[in-house]
Design a protein around this ligand. Structure first.
Ligand code: PRP
Ligand code: URA
Length: 233
């Protein structure tokens, strides 16, 4: 499924080693389990009905969010259990928010809310020009205190990287430290991963799968076509 220049997804969600030119060191790939491959196979199938596309995308989004939460800092926390004994555990440290890159990123908000009740969510509307694939920023509405939060940046597809780079530019203008941005996406191209790493190596990227590349229209191949159209109809 992956090209010969791309190491396969690793069996644990550790940071991908920088052993090939295609996968930069800021990238974490979900473990390439047969479950993940099966979910991706459904959403890549052009015959999949919209309701199934939504259901199986949501399954993958949940895996991405769970992995994203593993990258947040924790601090020691001791609680008393009902047996009367202390349990020395951990608690999340620091506040988070989600930021979705509209339109398609909105599809990932529910998965984040399922894991983080009443999480604040900002929105950035960025659209690719259909001819040039150049990303254009239209609108941004972000939590006022976003510079103090960890940001889970949401967009299912990373193709040329233009859209997410523009979104990170906006977060930079709002003084969010790059080290506190975690970008979650379902499918990446090696070209997009490289572009983001070249400009923003400190930003962590958690991706479901790295595909072979881009076609002449700058769509990911084999990819799944236009995620937003399949999800929202
Ligand atoms: C898609 C996708 C990303 C972008 C990826 O959005 O959701 O935002 O393209 O491409 P890039 O890496 O080359 O910038 P699109 O602009 O098509 O809008 P949509 O969310 O309305 O589908
Ligand atoms: N946007 C998508 O939805 N899919 C691609 O392959 C590229 C951009």
């Amino acid at each position: 499924m992956s090209s010969s220049s791309i190491p396969p997804n690793t069996s644990s969600a550790a940071a991908a080693p920088s052993i090939g030119p295609a996968i930069p060191p800021n990238v974490v790939r979900l473990p390439a389990t047969s479950q993940l491959e099966a979910l991706l196979t459904v959403i890549r199938d052009q015959k999949t009905a919209r309701s199934d596309f939504i259901f199986y995308s949501n399954r993958i989004i949940r895996l991405l969010v769970e992995e994203g939460l593993n990258h947040l800092p924790v601090t020691e926390s001791t609680v008393m259990t009902p047996t009367g004994l202390p349990y020395r555990g951990v608690a999340f440290e620091g506040r988070i928010c989600g930021v979705s890159i509209l339109r398609a990123g909105e599809a990932m908000e529910a998965g984040l809310r399922d894991c983080c009740r009443s999480v604040r969510i900002g929105k950035i509307l960025i659209q690719r020009d259909e001819e040039t694939a150049k990303a254009k920023l239209f609108y941004a509405k972000l939590p006022e205190d976003i510079e103090e939060r960890w940001v889970l940046l949401l967009d299912p597809m990373l193709a040329t990287g233009g859209s997410v780079i523009k979104a990170i530019d906006v977060l930079q203008e709002h003084k969010v430290p790059l080290s506190r941005i975690i970008f979650l996406n379902l499918i990446s191209s090696p070209e997009g991963l490289k572009s983001v790493h070249d400009k923003y190596p400190e930003v962590r990227i958690i991706t479901g799968w790295v595909d072979e590349g881009l076609n002449e229209k700058n769509y990911i191949v084999p990819g799944l076509g236009d995620f937003g159209d399949s999800f929202f109809g």
